[in-house]
Design a protein around this ligand. Structure first.
Ligand code: ADP
Length: 320
């Protein structure tokens, strides 16, 4: 999500249209109540609104068998420029090529006169951002559980030449069993030849790697996702991102100077601090690999729960 993440789906009234954002002048019309995939002769009954991002709205739908899924809707009005079309096609091409238990499953893509639709695996439990808002911060066992799943998804993406480039709590969704599902491939990039470097400045300020901002001549690659994993781990155990301040310029200055600290009033283990510090290494080539992260004592010497109970949405679980 590129805007503030929506509340978890179960708290929303069914079928409610998205609330107008303060800065949006005209709101696109809602998609039809019954969304039809003419080519496959399928129809989906729209049962709820899940959230909206930079250019899409996401609805909960039910297919003819009663199975619930998510459908991401992009209005064709927003696809008038070649750039917008290219961007959407890239997202679809990359997302549909990925199949992993910790990546939001991509179903089908179809269109009608007004919209392009993408059917997606439904993540009933909102995002880790929604959950962090309720919980304030997570225990270290929970953080290990979430980050291990994220590392698995990320390793899979990287071996398939995909850099996500927008890993953040708002793009880590949860299914009914509290499994992490990486979503929103709107900024993802495909590395088409070995050693290729990407030059587009993109990401979300708090999570963006220094080389994306300050080494535009050299470009960036897979290690930007590793950096974001470091920011995510810090955010899970502390409760807010490491470089956060009111204005974006100061966030960038802090990222440039590698300026962050662990607050003295929060108990964060030495292992967690050391791992975050290793990951948030300014030079991308000096950052640990995903395997090295997993081999760190934070993971090998700490409790890794086999599952996280649903009660963790509101209260810290006891994993002793
Ligand atoms: P954008 O690409 O426009 O940023 P996102 O893919 O981030 O859009 O989706 C916007 C919002 O829709 C998310 O923040 C989340 O609340 C909701 N959402 C997206 N995908 C799903 C899904 N598979 N299951 C449940 N909710 C989803």
């Amino acid at each position: 999500a590129t805007t503030s993440p929506a509340k978890p789906p179960q708290q929303k009234p069914p079928s409610s249209p998205p609330l107008p954002r303060q800065n949006s002048k005209t709101l696109p019309p809602s998609p039809p109540q019954i969304i039809r995939d003419g080519g496959r002769n399928l129809s989906f009954n729209r049962v709820g609104f899940l959230g909206e991002g930079g250019f899409a709205r996401v609805y909960e739908v039910e297919d003819a068998r009663g199975t619930r899924l998510a459908i991401k809707v992009v209005t064709k009005n927003s696809l008038k420029t070649k750039k917008a079309k290219t961007k959407l096609y890239a997202e679809i091409k990359i997302h549909r090529s990925l199949q992993h238990p910790n990546i939001v499953g991509f179903g089908e893509c179809f269109e009608d006169n007004e919209n392009v639709y993408m059917s997606l695996e439904l993540c009933q439990s909102g995002s880790l951002m929604d959950m962090l808002r309720r919980r304030k911060r997570f225990t270290e066992p929970e953080s290990r559980y979430f980050v291990i799943q994220l590392l698995g998804a990320c390793h899979y993406m990287h071996t398939h030449q995909v850099i996500h480039r927008d890993l953040k709590l708002g793009n880590l969704f949860l299914d009914a069993n509290m499994n992490v599902k990486v979503g929103d491939f709107g900024l993802a990039a495909l590395i088409e030849s070995p050693g290729e470097r990407k030059k587009t400045i993109c990401g979300t300020p708090n999570y963006i790697a220094p080389e994306v901002l300050f080494d535009t001549a050299n470009g960036h690659s897979f290690e930007v996702d590793t950096w974001s994993i470091g920011v995510i781990l810090y955010t899970l155990v502390v409760g807010r991102p490491p470089f956060q301040t009111k204005d974006v310029k100061t966030i960038y200055k802090r990222i440039r100077n590698n300026e962050y600290e662990f607050p003295s009033d929060r108990e964060v283990s030495v292992d967690a601090r050391e791992l975050v510090q290793q990951i948030l290494t300014p030079l991308p080539q000096e950052r640990p690999t995903l395997h090295e992260i997993l081999d760190h004592t934070f993971f090998t010497h700490g409790i890794v729960p086999g599952y996280v109970p649903a009660s963790a949405h509101d209260f810290p679980p006891d994993f002793r």
